[in-house]
Design a protein around this ligand. Structure first.
Ligand code: UT7
Length: 335
């Protein structure tokens, strides 16, 4: 029986910084409202012509992760790509990454689990390694939100939150039973599917239908979120799924060295921090600088925490996410 461990990490965000004050030029909002409700000070947006797409940002993050993993890209057995904003409706972005990385024949698979996408991908990769099927798996979480948001006052409840960016890790086989992924925990609750969703364009609402209807009131092609419902569920599910992981490993909250929550809202992270009695040093947040980058948020935060020397060998690192679907999950890692 094998285990898996993260052996390389990387991240990439577009250069273009969009501050809260920049947003006040185009919609009725304020720096204070955004900071008070979300903690976000600025985010990155792809700029037209800068060459960034969901897949190419993923490629940039992946190249750093592969270099740090000190493996040859030809040794990657599987690419898992988590995103809600793929380059194309089909095929998925995993194959675009494969094309850019020039890895000829390995399988590439997209994971469609939004804010929990990276945890779902990590868990999937962990299973493939545990069964012995694969040895090195490249996992990417990447999002291009900015091009698809309603950047008018009508869309402010959603559009101020999201940012673009990508993170990547290389997960590899290890025979170490101590320093490895200890467990992963996944959940979904489809009854809330439409509470945070982009309904059209889709196979229920094809593009020609939208164009033909020519309805100025139709905003189904923008993401729609029942913010308060999402918030209420998030704080409950984050707590539950972290506890589930701790209990499965016969651990208690005081054993957590570093919690890296999906960066959805600083208030959610702070609630979880208080609930588990963690200090500021034990919870990593960077939503202030990047907003919510959905599937990108955990691998970006993990990379930064590691670069800033906040994760040390032997630490218990807990990852947790909640979002659209609803889907949520956690991963416990002995570093
Ligand atoms: O990663 C995926 C998971 N997503 C989340 O976890 C997000 C969870 N939800 C949230 O983080 C919060 O619900 C939001 C930050 C999205 C919104 O905060 P809120 O405290 O729930 O605000 P609200 O939607 O209840 O809106 C309160 C007021 C409304 O005005 P009225 O009706 O009270 O007059 C909104 O129209 O704030 C108004 N508002 C804004 N005002 C200024 C909404 N968005 C904005 C804005 N700027 N950007």
């Amino acid at each position: 029986m094998y285990n898996s461990k993260i052996i390389g990490m990387g991240m990439y965000v577009p250069e273009n910084v969009v501050t809260n004050d920049d947003l006040t030029d185009i919609m009725d909002t304020s720096h204070d409202w955004i900071v008070e409700r979300t903690g976000i000070q600025e985010r990155r947006h792809i700029k037209k012509g800068d060459g960034n797409t969901t897949a190419t940002m993923g490629v940039k993050a992946a190249k750093i992760a592969i270099e740090r993993a000190q493996i040859d890209k030809k040794d990657i057995d599987l690419i898992l790509f988590a995103t809600l904003s793929p380059d194309y409706y089909f095929p998925g972005s995993g194959v675009i990454v494969q094309q850019h990385l020039e890895i000829p024949n390995c399988p590439a698979m997209d994971i469609r689990n939004q804010c929990s996408g990276f945890i779902y991908a990590l868990s999937t990769a962990d299973q493939f390694i545990k069964t012995g099927m694969y040895e090195n798996i490249l996992i990417i979480g990447s999002e291009n939100h900015s091009g698809g948001l309603d950047m008018t006052t009508r869309g402010r409840g959603v559009s101020v939150i999201f940012g673009d960016g990508a993170g990547a890790v290389v997960l590899s086989r290890t025979e170490d039973t101590d320093k490895c992924i200890l467990s992963t925990h996944l959940h979904s609750e489809g009854q809330f599917a439409e509470e945070l969703a982009l309904i059209g364009p889709s196979t229920n609402r094809w593009v020609p239908e939208i164009i033909e209807a020519n309805d100025p009131m139709d905003i189904s092609y923008y993401p729609n979120m029942n913010g308060q419902l999402v918030f209420k569920n998030a704080v409950v599910r984050f707590s539950e799924v972290i506890m589930e992981g701790l209990q499965q490993n016969q651990m208690t909250p005081d054993q957590i060295d570093m919690l890296i929550p999906h960066q959805a809202n600083l208030r959610i992270s702070q609630f979880i921090q208080r609930k588990f009695g963690l200090s500021d040093d034990q919870v990593y947040n960077n939503i202030m600088r990047y907003g919510n980058t959905t599937a990108g948020s955990i691998p970006i935060a993990l990379t930064e925490a590691w670069e800033e020397d906040k994760i040390k060998s032997g630490d218990l690192v807990v990852l947790a996410a909640f979002g659209s679907g609803f889907t949520w999950g956690s991963a416990l890692i002995r570093w």
